[in-house]
Design a protein. Structure first.
Length: 324
């Protein structure tokens, strides 16, 4: 059923393709039918074999999910781009789902909107998948999700239950994740992006992936306003979502003040932005400090949070700056 549910997520770019009349709409028609049909067939074929999952079954299931889903995710690319090899298509979608952000495609500016949105949507789904895996799936496998959560969460919040049940926690994190993503989209749109670019980059920023709808990545926009928006949401996406959940639920900033991880994270990242900006300015890479700070801060935050978007060619910087 995971495959069938994954197929339903293709309906979003399908609706966009049909609404805009772009050339990829027929690719999504076929991809949705193949994916949902395959999922339902496998479910019907195996539904009689019901038994409790053991730990090794669960680990195998997780591995299969992360290796099989990119095959179905690649279908729209393979159908729309017949010259694209299966290896390249699989690499692209695996990179998207795992939020790696490396791409083998070029000419992104000329791709249909639905294709670029699907690529970025894989980042969003990949980010959600990690959340659900940690707080919902692992406890079902007897891995000790609650103990893992306490072990991985620093500070006073490690002894605070987000909700009584892990399933409720997963749903709550989904709501927070999607709410912040919607806010990111609105901010980009109000900042001057077209709605397609706003969708693509909101998904990419919140998924901390790096896919863009332009070959020049975020540098295509050359907008300080949009760069500041992207940096802000990248920092939010790079923080502990349990902290965001508690802040949303309590409607208070207190959880942020109690989270030492967030304080150190911001101190290191923002301190690095300032230090790198000063270095680039002293090395005369940029003519003034504000310009150095603009490019240093965006690309430092992008790398530190693994957002992956770029506004400058790092090869133009001194070696030490790129290494930093």
């Amino acid at each position: 059923m995971v495959i069938a549910i994954f197929g339903l997520t293709m309906l979003f770019p399908l609706v966009i393709a049909e609404g805009m009349g772009d050339a990829a709409r027929h690719a999504y028609d076929k991809a949705v039918l193949i994916t949902i049909g395959s999922g339902i067939f496998l479910w019907l074929f195996t539904r009689q074999n019901k038994r409790d999952l053991r730990s090794r079954d669960g680990f195998l299931l997780v591995v299969l999910i992360w290796t099989v889903l990119p095959i179905f995710a690649a279908l729209p690319l393979l159908i729309y781009l017949p010259g694209l090899s299966f290896t390249d298509a699989y690499f692209e979608t695996m990179s998207g789902l795992t939020t790696t952000g490396a791409t083998v495609l070029s000419g992104l500016d000329n791709l249909p909107a639905s294709i670029n949105i699907w690529r970025a949507q894989l980042h969003l789904l990949g980010g959600l998948g990690v959340i659900v895996l940690v707080v919902a799936v692992l406890p079902l496998l007897g891995v000790g999700g609650r103990q893992m959560y306490k072990a991985e969460t620093p500070g006073p919040m490690k002894d605070t239950k987000l909700t009584p049940r892990m399933e409720e926690t997963a749903k709550g994190l989904w709501v927070v994740y999607l709410s912040i993503t919607l806010a990111c989209f609105v901010a980009f749109w109000l900042g001057g992006m077209g709605w397609v670019d706003a969708v693509v980059h909101a998904f990419s920023v919140m998924g901390l992936g790096g896919f863009s709808s332009h070959d020049a990545s975020f540098g295509h926009f050359d907008s300080v306003t949009l760069e500041v928006i992207a940096q802000g949401f990248a920092l939010i996406a790079g923080m502990n979502f349990a902290t965001h959940f508690l802040a949303f639920r309590s409607r208070s900033f207190q959880p942020y003040r109690l989270d030492p991880e967030m304080g150190w994270f911001l101190l290191v990242v923002l301190g690095s932005c300032l230090g790198l900006a000063l270095f680039l300015w002293f090395k005369d890479v940029y003519v003034d400090f504000p310009t150095a700070l603009r490019y240093a801060s965006f690309n430092t935050i992008s790398m530190a949070t693994t957002m992956g978007l770029a506004t400058v060619d790092f090869n133009l910087w001194p070696y030490f700056a790129g290494l930093w």
